[in-house]
Design a protein around this ligand. Structure first.
Ligand code: TTP
Ligand code: MG
Length: 345
């Protein structure tokens, strides 16, 4: 097995820098609605901002104290999703055996590709750089666990290949937190047992681990510390929902325009689910106002349907539940409680 893990560098911040090159080289912090005085947490920070100690999940206010001169920007999820799709499209040209692990990361099974690991990684990096101007970090290893650790080892713009023979020298010195699934709680427990590194974890007997963490987690830690992981790539996920949304060029207060846009988005969503062979029961309409305040209204039907007429009517009923005192920045519709057509419906 040869698994490649790719993770984009400072993803949200880098996408913002693409459209606003004047921010390149400056500390950039993305989070909430972009106002560091308001409540909200940091989604990500550029590497320049990280030098000041700013990191993901930190309150924006703390980030502002650490780095008052940083550029603070709101989260524009649609833009990042668009870029994410573009990157995933490039990756799918290398192999169809791909697990989309998150908005800025993926696993590729490159076992069957007849080129060296470094060459494949360099080619992927080049294609992404040429077509998006973004950089990424890539790890290649015999399994998902090690590939993910590897991609993180030389960020940003890294390329790290780990073989079974490297485990003692390159994986064992790393802190236990580098193992996927080891969060602050497990880390604290292990610290109490005098364990800080992956190598120290590997020195513990299995029964000690299962006693402390239970059968399955104990097993997992025992194997992970030895670089053993046989988890397969999850190449297809059953969709839980399907949605479309749009941000208006200029904020809108004309209810007619809002309604027409909702009708159009609903018909796109219905096309999407029909193409995949699904019916749905729940319709959720989302409205974001000019001040970024965002509300949703949902309705659930008695029976699953893929009828445009019924779903559009339901979306309009949801729309009636909103109060339009402010201008509208964005409107979206999402259908959920999906069921495959032909399951007795
Ligand atoms: P990450 O890959 O964890 O971070 P990153 O790409 O910003 O930086 P790195 O170079 O270290 O990979 O997450 C990808 C994106 O997901 C990130 O740009 C913003 C978002 N995100 C959040 O919104 N909240 C979070 O707590 C984290 C960790 C990420
Ligand atoms: Mg990333």
């Amino acid at each position: 097995m040869r698994i490649l893990h790719i993770d984009m560098d400072a993803f949200f911040a880098s996408v913002e820098e693409l459209r606003r090159p004047e921010f390149i080289g400056k500390p950039v912090v993305i989070g909430g609605n972009g106002d560091p005085i308001k409540r909200g947490v940091v989604s990500t920070a550029s590497y320049e901002a990280r030098k000041f100690g700013v990191h993901s999940a930190m309150p924006l206010r703390t980030a502002h104290k650490l780095c008052p001169d940083a550029v603070f920007l709101p989260v524009d999820y649609e833009e990042y999703s668009r870029m994410s799709e573009k990157i995933k499209d490039i990756l799918r040209e290398f192999t169809t055996i791909i697990e989309e692990a998150g908005i800025d990361e993926a696993f590729l099974d490159i076992s069957e590709i007849d080129t060296s690991s470094e060459e494949i990684a360099k080619e992927i990096k080049k294609r992404i750089k040429d077509e998006t101007r973004l950089t990424c970090s890539i790890g290649i290893a015999p399994n998902k666990l090690l590939a993910k650790i590897a991609s993180d080892m030389q960020k940003p713009n890294g390329l790290t290949v780990i073989t079974k023979g490297d485990i003692e020298s390159r994986i064992w010195p790393l802190p236990v937190r580098k193992i996927w699934g080891v969060g602050p709680k497990t880390e604290a427990c292990l610290k109490d047992m005098g364990i800080r590194t992956i190598g120290e974890l590997a020195s513990l007997p299995l029964d000690k681990l299962t006693e402390r963490f239970g059968e399955s987690s104990g097993d997992y830690l025992y194997n992970a510390s030895r670089g053993v992981d046989e988890s397969p790539l999850i190449t297809h996920r059953e969709p839980k929902s399907s949605g479309r949304e749009t941000t208006f060029e200029k904020d809108v207060d004309d209810l007619q325009v809002i309604t027409e846009t909702l009708a159009e988005l609903t018909s796109e969503v219905v096309d999407d689910i029909k193409e995949e062979g699904y019916k749905c029961r729940t319709v959720t309409v989302k409205v974001r106002f000019s001040d970024f305040e965002t509300h949703t209204k949902a309705k659930t039907l008695y029976k699953p349907t893929d009828s445009l007429k019924k779903l559009r009517k339901t979306a309009f009923e949801c729309l009636k539940g909103f109060e339009f005192k402010k201008k509208v920045r964005l409107i979206g519709v999402r259908v959920s409680k999906l069921e495959k057509v032909g399951n007795g419906n």
